[in-house]
Design a protein around this ligand. Structure first.
Ligand SMILES: *[C@@H]1O[C@H](CO)[C@@H](O)[C@H](O)[C@H]1NC(C)=O
Ligand SMILES: *[C@@H]1O[C@H](CO)[C@@H](O)[C@H](O)[C@H]1NC(C)=O
Length: 388
């Protein structure tokens, strides 16, 4: 009852007044009590328990809080110039080029698809099958080191037989890890990208050929690459807007993926990069499926090998039972807030991703082999992963 509390503290104040007043002969202990009379017991609790708890909370959740407050310390990147994208399977290439303000070429450009490979075997199969009709040369580089400097098997090399359809057009290379302890993972990543630049040259790329620069899980749609190889007048560098999915094509997060890019190759100038290089962004050009793995062990591997390994703040994040639950719920593996630039967007994205029931306009290879890729498709129970 607040009122009686008020009277109680009033009373003790009066008591103090009686003892202390101007009477300097009171015993020390009483004077100490009096000195503290301004603080009531709640204030003391707050000071000696609340403040340390708050410090501990900020220490544990600091990164989370920083993300939630992002709209205060970060401003959104400059908006892209989004190029409308026109496509229907029955519309001729000449019409498609014209709809974009481009002109049909007499022959298509050559296309090089270059990736740095980690362990995404299934997604690589989906990617290469999607792009195969349009790609002249596949370029794949893998290292025996993850970006965070732990030893990894050469997964592609072990599974190479599965990719026989690409073998005659494949330039495969490996690079040894540097295994520097405690280094920022972005250093190893950029070292591997430089090695990939060399491999692209070895693959025989020439002036004007198209070079796809994207992570394995950023998959341009085949018809997008077909359009770009057949039309003159396309921007020299172009980012691709992809639909963002998490864990499978059941969880459609947003359409904001933009890192994938297609460049017309310029000898001595073109560098393989994964950051923003131009303002032009072609709308609705494919799919970005993050953490789309078959085995729980692949999730654990990726969480540790990832350039943002600092997000694994607690050992229990790597618990397989927790990971399976997070996948089926469409929740966040790292228990983070959405990476957005306004509070409105952060709040609208809080909580799990709603399930999508659409498997329309997905990579063809997925549906042609639906039994094999069930875990990537919408449908009840499909979110369960092999525990191995
Ligand atoms: C697509 O084109 C074919 C052949 O020109 C035609 O037979 C078919 O009706 C067209 N389909 C649609 C959906 O327009
Ligand atoms: C990684 O690969 C390089 C080059 O092939 C090799 O020299 C090195 O021994 C390998 N390291 C490990 C730990 O496997």
């Amino acid at each position: 009852m607040p009122e009686s509390g008020y009277y109680n503290s009033k009373k003790s104040d009066d008591l103090c007044e009686d003892f202390c007043g101007e009477n300097s002969r009171s015993p020390l202990s009483t004077r100490l009590k009096c000195a503290l009379r301004g603080f009531d017991i709640k204030a003391l609790l707050l000071l000696f328990i609340g403040v340390p708890l708050l410090v501990l909370f900020i220490h544990i959740h600091g990164q989370k809080i920083t993300y939630f407050l992002r709209p205060l310390w970060d401003s959104p990147p400059k908006p892209f110039n989004v190029i409308p994208h026109y496509y229907h399977p029955n519309v001729s290439m000449e019409t498609q080029c014209r709809l974009h303000g481009w002109r049909l070429r007499e022959s298509p450009r050559r296309v090089f698809d270059a990736v740095l490979f980690s362990n995404e075997i299934d997604i690589l199969a989906v990617r290469w099958n999607e792009l195969s009709p349009y790609v002249s040369e596949f370029v794949l580089l893998e290292s025996n080191s993850t970006f965070t400097g732990t030893v990894k098997p050469l997964f592609f090399s072990e599974n190479r037989a599965e990719f026989a359809f690409a073998e005659s057009r494949l330039t495969y290379g490996t690079v040894g890890g540097r295994f520097v302890k405690g280094e920022n993972p972005f250093v190893e990543e950029s070292y591997q990208r430089v090695a990939l630049d060399q491999l692209i040259k070895i693959a025989g790329i020439k002036e004007d050929d198209l070079l796809i620069m994207s992570d394995v899980d950023e998959i341009p749609s085949g018809h997008t690459i077909d359009l770009l190889r057949w039309c003159d007048g396309i921007p020299e560098k172009l980012h691709l807007q992809l639909r963002n999915y998490l864990y499978s094509f059941e969880f459609h997060l947003d359409d904001k993926s933009w890192r994938a890019a297609v460049h017309q190759y310029r000898a001595g100038k073109t560098r393989y990069a994964h950051f923003r290089q131009t303002d032009d962004l072609l709308a609705d050009s494919g799919w970005h499926c993050s953490f789309c793995f078959r085995h729980i062990s692949d999730f654990i591997f990726k969480m540790k090998a990832y350039s943002h390994v600092d997000r694994v703040r607690f050992a229990y994040f790597l618990n397989p039972v927790r990971i399976q639950e997070v996948i089926c719920n469409g929740a966040d593996l790292f228990d983070m807030f959405p990476e957005e630039y306004t509070f409105q967007e952060i709040i609208s994205k809080l909580g799990p991703i709603p399930k999508s029931h659409s498997a329309v306009n997905l990579p063809g290879h997925l549906l042609q082999n639906a039994d094999q890729y069930k875990y990537l498709l919408p449908g009840s129970g499909n979110c369960r992963r092999d525990s191995g």
